[in-house]
Design a protein around this ligand. Structure first.
Ligand SMILES: *Cc1c(COP(=O)(O)O)cnc(C)c1O
Length: 473
């Protein structure tokens, strides 16, 4: 790392982009803002004060001690670029409405396509979300094979069955194996017996971070004439880390290059504010499905507008600008964005190691990405649920600087037994512990977090056993 590098805050970056855009506006001459837009400064100050107070109700997603759900704030570079562009508010729907940021979007799409190895003749665009990106990919599947069903794993994001309903496509859920990956045998059985137009492989499931066996799914799906869509909304940027991942995981990431479409969410691991997904197709021939005419939007340019090749209409140019600036500073390489994602991956592996050797905790499964799942060593489903919930609460109970924020994940007894965990079946489901370690700052905290979680787990289990003994007595 260059010695000139240091942490920078938005407060430090904001003046440059605010002054810069003010100067840019001034080149068009001054104008009077309309009275109707004027405000009472005291009222605005009080409203914004109230906003800050109300935001205090959130958990501290920005803090390394928040190791719960898939949440973290954007990088200050992304925020500054977004702030700069938002003041002009271009709309990447049409080139005329976004002359600068449509170009930036093409530049970031080239980088995303190159990361996945899709070749230069790809088609794609940013979206407001992973949901709309997946919707679009599934819509193309339906247009290519009307009437055929779509297969996805039981652990895939719920968006696939929901969007199947929206699109009027039947969806088929394929069971997962003990590693959380789609079962190839079950997939083959479904491909053999039903008309499947597309298989959705999730590279990094949202719950467990498990990577579906894409390199094996592709030849199997092709054999039965089905397309393969990759949902890498959460896990897409782990493609950069192929050199560090387990070889089997890396093999499936490498296979994204052979898929028919792929979705990635820069607003998850790409340091962006919400409102930034992406969908990419290696084959431009799917463009034939997008034909539409708009008499009011495309006027000054004959080049292709993003509005002509996406389901959404308006889309923020600020999102493209923020991602463009971020990738300038953190390119899609091991030493760029990879250096921000890798520590979370290592943190998950290190914590898994500690949990595997613990007498009070045990792993649910090995983390393939940066999501770790584990549980206290207890006898029954009810104890498991109670102890997990108690760990969650004890972690968040101290004064703010000492708090740790964890998350839970609901499992069934057969899912535990599949993973070799014996448990008495006295409840249909129970919570276990889950942490998304998506901030590089998590890595050095792992030994301490493990120590605390073990302590809380022991305390909670003793309490549960004492309660049971009192009831039995
Ligand atoms: C987050 C996620 C989605 C949904 O994306 P949004 O951006 O939240 O709409 C879909 N699939 C996977 C695998 C995800 O992790």
């Amino acid at each position: 790392m260059s010695s000139r590098k240091r942490a920078m805050s938005l407060a430090e970056l904001a003046p440059q982009v605010i002054t810069g855009i003010d100067d840019l506006k001034a080149t068009y001459g001054d104008w009077q803002s309309h009275e109707a837009t004027h405000v009472d400064p005291q009222q605005v100050e009080s409203v914004l004060g109230e906003l800050i107070e109300r935001l205090d109700a959130d958990f501290p997603y920005f803090h390394p001690q928040y190791a719960g759900q898939m949440l973290k704030p954007p990088h200050p570079v992304a925020m500054a670029a977004y702030l700069a562009t938002m003041q002009i508010n271009p709309n990447n729907h049409s080139i005329d409405a976004s002359r600068a940021t449509t170009q930036m979007e093409h530049e970031v799409l080239d980088q995303l396509a190159a990361m996945f190895g899709l070749g230069e003749d790809y088609m794609g665009h940013l979206t407001w979300s992973g949901t709309t990106a997946n919707l679009e990919a599934l819509w193309i599947c339906r247009e290519i094979r009307p009437g055929a069903a779509i297969a996805h794993s039981a652990d895939s994001h719920y968006t696939h069955s929901r969007m199947g309903e929206v699109l009027g496509i039947e969806t088929v859920s394929i069971p997962t194996e003990a590693d959380g990956r789609m079962s190839l045998d079950a997939l083959e059985e479904v491909l053999r017996t039903r008309e499947i137009g597309a298989v959705v492989a999730t590279l990094g499931t949202t719950g467990l971070g498990a990577v579906d066996p894409l390199a094996d799914i592709i030849p199997l799906a092709r054999q039965y004439g089905a397309r393969v869509h990759v949902d890498a909304a959460y896990g897409g940027f782990f493609t950069i880390l192929q050199g560090e991942l387990a070889p089997e995981t890396a093999r499936h990431y490498a296979a994204i290059a052979q898929s028919d479409s792929v979705v990635v969410d820069p607003h998850k691991h790409g340091l962006q504010p919400y409102g930034c997904g992406a969908v990419l197709f290696p084959d431009q021939s799917i463009l034939r499905f997008y034909h539409h005419e708009s008499p009011y939007t495309y006027f000054a340019s004959t080049e292709r507008h993003f509005g002509e090749i996406q389901l959404e209409c308006s889309r923020g140019g600020a999102s493209a600008a923020a991602l463009w600036a971020t990738l300038k500073v953190f390119p899609l390489t091991m030493s760029g964005l990879g250096a921000i994602i890798a520590p979370g991956y290592r943190a998950a592996q290190a914590w898994h190691g500690l949990i595997s050797e613990s007498d009070i905790l045990q792993p649910y499964q090995r983390p393939e990405t940066d999501i770790i799942t584990y549980l206290p060593r207890v006898q029954t489903m009810r104890q498991l649920d109670e102890v997990s919930h108690a760990i969650f609460e004890m972690a968040a109970a101290p004064a703010r600087p000492q708090q740790t924020h964890l998350a839970t994940y609901v499992v069934k007894p057969e899912q535990l037994r599949m993973r070799g965990i014996a448990i008495e079946d006295d409840a249909p489901t129970a919570r276990i512990m889950r942490s998304v370690l998506m901030k590089p700052e998590h890595e050095p905290l792992i030994p301490e977090m493990h120590h605390h979680v073990s302590m809380w787990s022991r305390r909670a289990y003793e309490r549960v056993l004492a309660g049971e003994a009192a009831l039995g007595a």
